[in-house]
Design a protein around this ligand. Structure first.
Ligand code: DAT
Length: 171
């Protein structure tokens, strides 16, 4: 049966928490692009400024292509502009207030530069603009992710959307 593909973007806001919980409730498959790249060493060089490897976007896309065509995949990454537009039926950009995001990222032991960049990125809605530039407006949604209650709301809302999508596309 047909199942939707879903992606989440934005840093430190709860993509992993939400993505995994959603997958376990809906039976869709959760894929963390960071982990996938790490396992397959899908890198192309090293970023000295941020002290992290640079993602080889083409190889990531190749690696995911078959599963995406099959459908029913939740993709977790802090960006979504290099994924083919045809892959996704819905895109969620999670939003977290800066003071809360700052505390969350601080506990991760991010460097001051990485911390500041991530906060700036959130202030200027970089990921939201990126998502809107890469996908049809109607499929890009922002969700607040400041508190546990909102996490619960988001899970319920998206679960309902998945159910409806599956009904609409399999009858
Ligand atoms: P990401 O995958 O976007 O980097 P995460 O899922 O690892 O984020 O979550 C980062 C931290 O924030 C983690 O300790 C769980 C917590 N968190 C996530 N969503 C939350 C929410 N809606 N309310 C409170 N805390 C949340």
């Amino acid at each position: 049966s047909l199942r939707p593909n879903i992606t989440f973007c934005t840093p430190g806001v709860g993509k992993t928490t939400l993505g995994k919980e959603l997958a376990s409730r809906s039976g869709l498959k959760y894929i963390n692009v960071g982990d996938l790249a790490q396992e397959g060493q899908l890198y192309d060089g090293y970023d000295e400024e941020y002290s992290c490897p640079i993602l080889d976007e083409d190889r990531v896309v190749d690696e995911l292509e078959n599963q995406m065509r099959e459908g029913g995949v939740i993709v977790d990454y802090h960006g979504c502009d290099f994924f083919p537009e045809r892959w996704f039926h819905i895109v969620f950009v999670l939003r977290t207030d800066n003071s809360i995001l700052y505390k969350r990222l601080e506990t991760r032991g991010y460097s001051e530069k990485k911390l500041q960049d991530n906060i700036q990125c959130e202030i200027f809605q970089v990921l939201y603009e990126e998502a809107r530039a890469s996908y049809r407006e109607e499929i890009v949604h922002q969700l607040p992710s400041n508190e546990p209650e909102q996490l619960e709301d988001n899970i319920n809302q998206i679960s309902k959307w998945i159910e409806q999508w599956v009904k609409d596309h399999n009858s």
